[in-house]
Design a protein around this ligand. Structure first.
Ligand SMILES: [Zn+2]
Length: 455
């Protein structure tokens, strides 16, 4: 099927499967990679539109396995159309959306509806988590693994009907889920106690810098340990989301020396690697998110762990809220950071600072997300695979993120005041360059992701 003009991307540094080398990629009219060419020799490009990368890096497009695009039901904050525009501006070509929308995506019909909403409106390719709730075990058991990447479980984090705290239900979910279980780990009881103490001390004026003490490391660690215990006893695949503390890093390192390591994988997010609690005195509500951004020593432990290979994926946890909602006092200000437009270039910046080679970065952003979530035909520069690609230049002089137009409905991000050397030049979704030089250049052309069957 004709999808796009055949495209030859020449003079690029290909970053893929353990290597970074000079080369070219040819994309056919079906939007698939026709050829991956090694070396700088001239390429015969008859019939192709030629895109000279000017020596920029060519990565497989980012597969962001953790976003909150707010549709349906919360579209004043963002929707699949607006947030996927921010995604491609950030080099993200595929996303997996979380189930805490309205109504929550806890059954097949709601998942079908989300998929329908994305059709023709998403700039990037899309997939949707099935949410676990206290009452949907049957939905989890009969989920179609070709359509759904994973189950999302909120363990003791206040998100209404999606919260599961009953230990018998948790046991059942881990025992019965045929899919990986991605878990938000925080213990509510610990947080509630800390919050009550803070309210007694500060009244309505709790400083945002208290967030890390209220949603504390102990609350994360206790819940993470519980989830690991459940995964090990049921031999199910647990993917722990947004690791934010040095204590959890230690726990994961201990686990890595045991047989249990094959049941547990972990994610962290750029905001835990980039910011620390000190930044909340400056950016206050902008950095309120759950789990909280912790302290300097946590950030360093997470960066070291990133270098050591403790994490399998880096999600954005892109979670937009309107400025007017966020600017309320601490207790009323909703948690969540819009970040997807800056997360990849920010990660490249962190990787450079921490001496993490680019092929290792692409494992975190494309190869391993594709493998863990069984995404078909994407995530690699391979002949025959779908051409989801991102061209990124490393500029000698850092630029301010605020100098670029911001995409996404809410119109703000804590990264706008930050500077980067890396710049997304072009994002290609299924062979179509949808974002070029700061501008959306095509209509939404994202496709539904398909997943390898687990059977
Ligand atoms: Zn999240």
């Amino acid at each position: 099927m004709e999808r796009c003009t055949p495209l030859a991307i020449v003079n690029a540094q290909l970053v893929n499967e353990g290597e970074c080398y000079n080369g070219a990629v040819l994309v056919d009219s079906a939007g698939r990679i026709a050829q991956v060419i090694r070396g700088g020799a001239p390429v015969s490009t008859g019939g192709y539109r030629v895109m000279d990368a000017g020596g920029a890096y060519l990565f497989p497009g980012v597969i962001d396995t953790h976003v909150h695009f707010r549709e349906p039901g919360l579209t004043q904050k963002g929707d699949i159309h607006t947030e996927s525009a921010a995604a491609v501006a950030g080099g993200v070509t595929s996303f997996l959306d979380m189930p805490n929308t309205k109504p929550p995506a806890t059954d097949r019909a709601t998942l079908q509806e989300k998929k329908r909403l994305a059709q023709g409106r998403a700039y990037a390719n899309y997939g949707f988590y099935l949410g676990a709730s206290a009452g949907n075990l049957e939905e989890i058991k009969r989920v179609d693994s070709r359509e759904v990447p994973a189950v999302k479980l909120f363990m003791g984090s206040s998100t209404g009907s999606l919260q599961v705290t009953d230990s018998a239900v948790l046991e059942q979910i881990f025992a019965q889920s045929p899919l990986p279980i991605a878990v938000h780990c925080e213990t509510d009881a610990i947080i509630a106690k800390n919050l009550a103490e803070a309210k007694a001390k500060w009244g309505d004026e709790i400083p945002f810098t208290e967030h890390a003490a209220i949603r504390c490391s102990q609350g994360c660690l206790q819940s993470t340990r519980l989830a690991i215990g459940l995964a090990l006893s049921h031999k199910s695949h647990l993917h722990i989301l947004h690791i934010s503390t040095k204590e959890e890093v230690e726990e994961l390192k201990r686990l890595a020396t045991t047989d249990g390591a094959r049941y547990v994988t972990a994610e962290t997010c750029l905001h835990y690697l980039w910011f620390c609690n000190d930044d909340l005195s400056r950016l206050t509500w902008q950095l309120k998110c759950n789990p909280a951004i912790k302290y300097k020593e946590d950030r360093q432990a997470l960066r070291t762990a990133l270098r050591q290979g403790v994490f399998s994926t880096i999600g954005t946890d892109h979670a937009p809220h309107l400025e007017v909602e966020k600017k309320q006092n601490y207790a009323l200000s909703p948690s969540g950071i819009p970040s997807i437009q800056y997360a990849f270039v920010g990660l490249l910046e962190v990787a450079e600072q921490e001496n993490i080679p680019l092929p290792r970065v692409v494992e975190l952003t494309a190869h391993t997300p594709a493998r863990l979530f069984r995404v078909e035909e994407r995530g690699y520069l391979r002949e025959g695979y779908i051409a989801d690609l991102v061209l990124v230049a490393r500029e000698a002089k850092a630029y301010s993120a605020g100098s670029l137009p911001i995409y996404g409905r809410c119109g703000w991000s804590p990264y706008q005041g930050e500077s980067f050397h890396y710049r997304v030049k072009t994002t290609i979704v299924g062979g179509i360059p949808v974002y070029q030089q700061g501008v959306l250049t095509e209509k939404p052309c994202g496709q539904p992701l398909t997943f390898h069957s687990i059977y």
